[in-house]
Design a protein around this ligand. Structure first.
Ligand code: ZN
Length: 95
């Protein structure tokens, strides 16, 4: 099983930071836009794990890297909040 540690941290950052952006739509389209934006800007960090083997010790090794991901995710929130591309936002006349 292959996991991308960066993707997991983007997920964690998404959950942690979402509350700071009340203008953020939050639908699945906008959520995907956040992930696409962030994952295209942070190089992936893949690990392979055998079934049943815990790999918690293989983490993003530097806090620096986590902080970098947080910054990218915040930038994504700002961009998507300002210009959501989803049908829901278009119906609300935000575009
Ligand atoms: Zn949306």
């Amino acid at each position: 099983m292959i996991r991308n540690l960066v993707e997991e941290h983007v997920q964690a950052a998404y959950d942690a930071l979402r509350g700071n952006f009340p203008a953020f739509c939050g639908c699945e389209y906008c959520r995907d836009d956040i992930f696409v934006f962030a994952l295209n800007r942070v190089p992936p960090r893949y690990v392979a794990s055998l079934e049943g083997q815990v790999v918690t010790e293989v983490n993003l090794e530097k806090d620096q890297k986590r902080a970098e991901i947080d910054v990218v995710v915040m930038e994504a929130f700002r961009k998507v909040s300002m210009a959501p591309r989803c049908p829901k936002s278009r119906q609300a006349g935000k575009g």
